[in-house]
Design a protein around this ligand. Structure first.
Ligand SMILES: [Mg+2]
Length: 281
């Protein structure tokens, strides 16, 4: 079985080029399932966040009949969004057992975030109607952004032929499920585990979120590979439960901290090299 998989993937590797480097050889013959982080592993979160902000500003301009270019308002309000976000994080998340990714708090935070930002933008307390309208526009902007990294779909389509695939993401459910639908990626994943749906505190690197994904994929930790861009949340988190790990290092950053990924790849196609055994130092 392993040989069939390796041959299938090796032929895909010839078609896709990926850079990869090895930090520790692992026995990958036991791999039966693959798990992926979402933001900045499969999609460029800068693109979907900025598309969400752009749509939010456009809606605020429409709602309050503001003239001028959205870009001008975006630059005027960037600091307001940042300050409001930071204040709300400190006020509502610090010291709480909850995190901002927990669904109920996320919804509340989003409402307060837009209320605060619109107050700063307009110099007046916004109506509930305007808050809801801007929040909806932002969500739609996030859900419909073309944020996929170029090699991702082809790589997933190859991997999905040989392995059950899962997503493990820290986020609000809509921020993952919406883009998965829009980008036509949902069909590749057997399991999607999102912290916003899992309940208080179930966020990476908490072992529980990895265990839930493994249990739903019906594999043991040593039979699964976690692929992600965040060395603490994805790599340390997965390694602590006994999974193999691949760090997707798109920006060629130096490895710092205590994380020890089994493999380091330059983009997602490097995972094909890892699994085909054609991985080079
Ligand atoms: Mg990420």
């Amino acid at each position: 079985m392993r040989n069939d998989k390796a041959l299938h993937i090796a032929s895909a590797v010839r078609a896709l080029s990926g850079e990869a480097s090895l930090t520790r050889a692992g026995d990958l013959d036991s791999i039966k399932a693959l798990c992926f982080d979402f933001g900045d592993t499969l999609v460029n979160s800068k693109i979907f966040v900025s598309n969400g902000d752009k749509k939010a500003i456009e809606e605020a301009m429409r709602f309050y009949h503001l003239d001028g270019s959205p870009a001008r308002y975006l630059s005027l309000t960037e600091r307001a969004w940042d300050d409001a976000g930071r204040e709300l994080d400190e006020k509502y998340c610090r010291g709480l057992p909850l995190t901002k990714h927990d669904s109920q708090l996320s919804g509340e935070l989003a409402t307060r975030y837009f209320a605060e930002s619109l107050t700063r933008l307009m110099g007046q307390v916004p109506s509930q109607e305007s808050i809801a309208s801007v929040a909806e526009a932002q969500l739609k902007g996030i859900m419909t952004a073309d944020s996929l990294f170029p090699e991702v779909k082809e790589t997933l389509s190859v991997l999905h032929e040989s392995y059950p695939l899962g997503i493990i993401s820290d986020n609000m459910a809509e921020y993952v499920e919406g883009p998965l639908r829009h980008l036509d990626l949902k069909k590749f994943f057997k399991v999607v585990v999102i912290s916003g749906k899992e309940g208080p505190g179930i966020t990476k690197p908490n072992p529980e979120i990895f265990r839930r994904a493994l249990s739903r994929l019906k594999v043991q930790p040593g039979e699964a590979l976690m692929v992600g861009d965040n060395t603490r949340a994805d790599i340390e988190g997965a390694r602590n439960v006994g999974m193999f790990t691949v760090w997707v290092n798109r920006n060629r950053e130096k490895l710092t901290g205590t994380a020890k990924p089994d493999y380091i790849v330059g983009d997602l196609s490097g995972v094909l090299d890892v699994l085909s055994g054609s991985f080079h130092n």
